[in-house]
Design a protein around this ligand. Structure first.
Ligand SMILES: Nc1nc2c(ncn2[C@@H]2O[C@H](COP(=O)(O)OP(=O)(O)OP(=O)(O)O)[C@@H](O)[C@H]2O)c(=O)[nH]1
Ligand SMILES: [Mg+2]
Length: 227
């Protein structure tokens, strides 16, 4: 589990911040969350928001398919050589927490092939509220839930909701249709997370991924300063 946070600063560095050749490695940010909450859509929006200012790449994890990577390729959010799929072939959380070797290899291959990179986004396959990334794989993690999954999800907690460096409550545009109470979700998230940040977003709105992109930029600035 990924537990050593500071409320607004970077978490402990997951591994050596330098590559074997002495160059600074990319900041790695993991995106986890339940099936269909909007992880790939958030990754796509982040790529569009950041690709002109940063060198970035994406690793997706699917159980038996490459669908998330194929979606990102179809949408042309990045050049194809910057998107890699890992087929986990088991419970999604296994590849991001227990045996992270395939993901680490994918990240390192990307750095070799298209580096130097500023940022690598690693999307987990959709999983339950306990899915968290190993600190050996990512430096920070975003947990994406959505309002259609039920407005009691923040209250239920679980490691993703309570300990992720950023909690994203996605699809706020759907709240009126599914009867989700956003104020209650915000209060429950605050109770679970204290000072850790929460972003409510709709990728269908004009603001889109703006707040999450701002959070990523702040993490990158802290990462660059420390490395
Ligand atoms: N209305 C609405 N739909 C959204 C929003 N974000 C994503 N979606 C839709 O929700 C569906 C699932 O989004 P994905 O990004 O594929 O979700 P995911 O978490 O990557 O799903 P898995 O990888 O299968 O776990 C897609 O049809 C998206 O277009 C949003 O903010 N509002
Ligand atoms: Mg996905």
């Amino acid at each position: 589990m990924h537990l050593d946070h500071t409320p607004d600063g970077p978490t402990a560095v997951s591994a050596d911040a330098r590559r074997p050749d002495g160059s600074r490695r990319a900041l790695r940010i993991g995106l986890g969350g339940p099936v269909g909450s909007g992880k790939t859509a958030t990754v796509a929006a982040l790529c569009r928001a950041l690709r002109d200012e940063l060198s970035l790449a994406v690793v997706t994890n699917d159980i038996y398919t490459r669908e998330d990577a194929e979606f990102l390729l179809r949408e042309a959010v990045l050049p194809p050589e910057r998107i890699t799929a890992v087929e986990t072939g088991a419970c999604p959380h296994t590849a991001i927490r227990d045996d992270i070797s395939a993901n680490l290899e994918a990240v390192e291959d990307l750095e070799d092939a298209v580096g130097p990179l500023d940022l690598v986004l690693v999307e987990s396959g959709g999983d339950n509220l306990t899915a968290t990334f190993s600190k050996g794989l990512v430096d920070a993690q975003i947990f994406v839930i959505d309002v259609a999954g039920g407005d009691d999800i923040p209250r239920k907690g679980g490691p993703g909701v309570t300990t992720a460096d950023l909690l994203v409550v996605n699809k706020t545009d759907l709240a009126p249709y599914v009867g989700s109470d956003l104020a209650r979700m915000a209060a429950d998230a605050k109770a679970q997370r204290a000072e850790l940040p929460v972003v409510f977003q709709s990728l269908r709105s004009e603001a889109g991924v703006h707040d999450v992109a701002a959070w990523v930029r702040a993490r990158l600035a802290a990462w660059a300063a420390r490395a």
